[in-house]
Design a protein around this ligand. Sequence first.
Ligand SMILES: NC(=O)c1ccc[n+]([C@@H]2O[C@H](COP(=O)([O-])OP(=O)(O)OC[C@H]3O[C@@H](n4cnc5c(N)ncnc54)[C@H](OP(=O)(O)O)[C@@H]3O)[C@@H](O)[C@H]2O)c1
Length: 264
Amino acid sequence: MKTIFITGASSGIGLETAKLFSQKGWRVIATMRNPAKGADLAKMPNVVIMPLDVTDPSQIRETCQKALQAYDIDVLLSNAGYAIMAPLERLPENEIRKMFDTDVIGSILVTQQFIPHFKKRRKGAILTTTSLAAFIAFPRDGVYGAAKRAQQSMVESLYYELKPYGVAVKAMIPGGTKTNFQIPINDKVGYEKAAENQREFVSDGNPEFPGPEEAAEIIWQAATDGKDQVRYPTDSVCQKLYDQYINSNYEAFKISFYKRLFES
Ligand SMILES: NC(=O)c1ccc[n+]([C@@H]2O[C@H](COP(=O)([O-])OP(=O)(O)OC[C@H]3O[C@@H](n4cnc5c(N)ncnc54)[C@H](OP(=O)(O)O)[C@@H]3O)[C@@H](O)[C@H]2O)c1
C-alpha cells in the first residue's frame, strides 16, 4: 500500500491532504503535536496518528524512525509551520527563534530522517510546504519570509542531491489558502493602511481565500505526476501572484508594489 507521512496534519492543508490520500486508498501517517486533534481523522481508512512536535529533535528521531521501521514510505510531506507578521523592529528574539525552530530547523531535521530511506529505495518524493513569501517579500514579513526562503532554498538544493537517486524533491507553495493559518503575532503598528492594501492585493478581489481542498489536490498531483518539477503553487491566489512576480523585473515590481501598498 502506498504510504505518505505528513507533519502538521491536525488542521488546514496537512489535514485536507491526509483526508484526500486516505480517500485515494493510501496509508496516511498523520503526525501532529497534539494527537487528540486527530480523533476524527483516525476514523478514516488506513490513517495512523503519531505524535510529532517539529521543535522537539528527540521526538522527530523517535517518530520518524518508528514510522520508517513499520512502513515503506513513498512520500514525505513536511508541512508543519506557522506565520508571524510584524514590523521587524517589533519582534522579540524568542519569537524569531521559535519561528525558525519550527519552519526551518524542524523541517530540515524531519527531512534528514528520511534521506537515507529514500536514497536506499531510489524512488519516492519529499514534498515541503513553503510559501509565496519565499518569493515575494511583503512588509511585516521579514522573519516569516526569511524562514520560508530558507526552507525553499533547502528544497531546491536537495533537489540536486536526490535526483541522481531517482527521488523527487518538490516545494508546495501556498499563497492564500483559508486555514487556521496561525498568526500568533499580527502586528500592524505604523503600517495599518499598507497592511490593508496588502490584504487587498493578495486576495485580488476575492471575498475570501480558497479552501485547503485546492492545495490538497495540487499536493496529490505533485506526489503522483512523475514530473521533474520543483515549484507547485498550491492555490489559485498564489498561482496568479507567483506568475506575475516571476515574469516581472524585480526593480520595477518593487516600485509598483510600494506605490500600491503605501501610496494608494
Ligand atoms: N494558508 C496559507 O495561506 C499559507 C500560505 C503560505 C504558507 N503556508 C504554509 O502552509 C503550511 C500549513 O499551514 P496551514 O495554512 O494549513 O495552517 P494551519 O491550519 O494553521 O496548519 C498548520 C499546521 O502546522 C502545525 N504546527 C505548527 N507548529 C507545529 C510544531 N511545532 N510541530 C508540529 N506541528 C506544528 C499545526 O499544528 P497545531 O494544530 O498543533 O497548531 C497545524 O497542524 C505551513 O507551513 C504554512 O507556513 C500557508
